[in-house]
Design a protein around this ligand. Structure first.
Ligand SMILES: [Zn+2]
Length: 331
């Protein structure tokens, strides 16, 4: 049983796409036993962090479990959804979340990003401790010991290179599969709702209630014009924080993928990718920010490389975001 392991090694490094599909198909099938939703929550967290790995494809548990904690805070506290069978007691992770909420008297309409950074950090550490014990080894065992290697002491997982490439290439479809199966399980454990309704909750569970934090960072770093049309920005009410590569694809809020845009551009761009010339402008913009040597940029850009943004752009097109948008005013 994988769950009791301290260290897991990748059993087989080179896998063909067919073998990886097979592994995921079994993982998503009824052959894979689930008594809670956590394996799907972990896959979802890995997908959100595909661009947070270092050059050795290592992903730190702090980043991984920040996503995981956010997902489960929003499911358990915000949406009041049970994560396991009704007949069994609350899972360890549910207990941590509920106790934390009670300890600090946090209203249950708060989404995770509304908690103060100090509280977020404290909760992530608590969840990380439990998830190390109950989740990391379980997914490892269920994915035939090929998806990643891990070391609970060093607090990282290293993704298998073949699987990593596969996940980038099929990110959209894997996101759909994960959300769908997570919604099915949640529906099973929470009798009141239908799958369509549940799926909408799951699809938006990682979304922030506000991108204000990023607005203030970008303004403080001297971003004062619409990234797309160049128009000088008005007040906060008419400025939008835009995911250059749409959120629906990247499923994460990387500062290096966020720009300020005027209302017109943002509304007209919607869920589309901008034409390639804007990719180059964004790479230059990011270089400018990095050169400012500000603490906040150093932190938010720790895992950023221009090649990652180029890859993300390329993969977004492969994943169906191929209607390249351009603003009305040429830049
Ligand atoms: Zn504009």
């Amino acid at each position: 049983m994988g769950w009791s392991l301290q260290i897991g090694e990748i059993k087989e490094h080179y896998l063909t796409e067919q073998q990886i599909w097979q592994m995921f198909n079994v993982f998503f099938s009824s052959k894979s036993k689930n008594t809670t939703t956590y394996k799907f929550g972990l896959i979802k967290s890995i997908i959100e962090n595909l661009y947070n790995v270092n050059e050795n494809l290592e992903l730190s548990y702090d980043l991984l479990f920040e996503s995981f904690t956010k997902i489960y805070w929003n499911l358990v506290i915000h949406h009041h959804l049970r994560q396991g069978n009704h007949s069994v007691k609350s899972s360890e992770i549910e207990k941590v979340l509920t106790n934390f909420r009670e300890k600090y008297g946090i209203p249950d309409n708060f989404r995770f990003d509304k908690l103060s950074l100090i509280l977020q950090l404290e909760l992530v550490q608590k969840i990380k401790r439990k998830a190390k014990r109950y989740v990391i080894g379980a997914l490892y065992g269920d994915s035939r010991e090929v998806i990643y290697e891990f070391d609970l002491k060093r607090e990282y997982m290293r993704l298998n290179g073949s699987v990593y490439k596969f996940m980038l290439k099929y990110q959209k479809v894997l996101t759909y599969l994960t959300n769908y199966h997570l919604a099915l399980l949640l529906e099973k454990y929470n009798k009141a709702e239908d799958t369509v309704h549940m799926l909408m909750k799951v699809e938006n569970v990682s979304k922030r209630s506000s991108l204000d934090e990023f607005y203030h960072i970008l303004i403080s770093l001297g971003e004062n014009a619409c990234f797309y049309c160049g128009k000088t920005l008005g007040n906060r009410a008419v400025v939008h924080v835009d995911h250059f590569i749409p959120w629906s694809f990247v499923q994460a809020d990387h500062l290096w993928n966020l720009v300020l845009a005027c209302r017109n551009c943002n509304i007209s761009k919607r869920d589309q990718v901008a034409k390639p010339s804007f990719l180059n402008i964004l790479i230059e913009r990011n270089e400018r920010l990095v050169n400012l040597k500000e603490d906040i940029v150093q932190r938010k850009f720790e895992m950023y490389r221009p090649e990652k943004l180029e890859n993300l752009y390329e993969y977004s097109v492969v994943n169906g975001f191929d209607n390249l948008w351009t603003p009305n005013v040429d830049r």
